[in-house]
Write a protein of this length. Sequence first.
Length: 155
Amino acid sequence: MTPDPALPCRLSALAPADHALLLALRAVVTGHDASPVLAARLRHLCGGDAGPLLRQVRTLVGQIALRGRREVRIAPLGVISLTRDEQQLLATLAAARLERPDLLTARLRYLLGREPDAMIMASLREVGGAPDALAPHAPATPRPAGARSRGGAPA
């Protein structure tokens, strides 16, 4: 499944809060959430302890696996592009942060393949609220498509 061009398609286009969420999600799904390298990277992105974020993401992943009727595709750590399901999950969490219940429910229906219940909604709201502490670190505008990263390579 190809990424949705209307949503961020590469890690470099994500705000630090979304990058931290995606990194935690991929780590939990692949079983690398106890890695000291990952802990250091999340500490850098979060500006502190990443333990609560990992616990919340672990709970959310469990809820999606338990209550979902379709396979949600999550890329392994190190992949720079996002899968469509990762894009949808980040957009779903953004809808939870913005308190848009209509958009949240619609995106969740797509991810789960069924009507969401109260347990998954609670997990999403918990994780959706986690990046609020990261908001001061987020850039005000997304990086342009042709922008270069610190190393000089195209983003």
